[in-house]
Design a protein around this ligand. Structure first.
Ligand code: ZN
Length: 123
């Protein structure tokens, strides 16, 4: 289980004091920090926006490379949102339970969605 793996952005990516680096798999789940909470809330807002814009265009959700499993995981918009809400509620999100038999053509990387939205706003 790697909770951080599903987060599109790591707020501690460039921070040598990354609190996650002190956690091992056997330690209990720690509540997220205020900083992480703000990030997750922003990401949740983004997911809702992405779904609104991209689902009518046939995009079902996000995929990303999972470093634990060394394979791609595919998540529907609603599953992403549910995972983020679980995180905000202080629950562990089921990051290794992706959509069953996804149509891989219908999933895009997080950065693609951000870029797509930026493109729309630039017009
Ligand atoms: Zn995984």
């Amino acid at each position: 289980m790697n909770f951080d793996a599903m987060m599109p952005r790591d707020p501690f990516a460039d921070d040598p004091n990354d609190p996650a680096s002190f956690l091992t798999e056997d330690e209990p789940f720690e509540p997220i920090s205020d900083q992480e909470r703000i990030h997750v809330q922003q990401d949740l807002k983004s997911v809702i926006e992405f779904k609104k814009i991209l689902k009518p265009r046939g995009i079902e959700g996000i995929f990303f490379m999972c470093e634990d499993c060394e394979e791609f995981h595919y998540y529907d918009w609603d599953i992403m949102a549910a995972n983020m809400r679980a995180t905000l509620a202080g629950e562990l999100s089921p990051v290794h339970e992706p959509s069953a038999q996804p149509n891989v053509e219908a999933y895009v990387p997080w950065d693609y969605c951000l870029g797509y939205l930026d493109g729309l706003e630039a017009r």
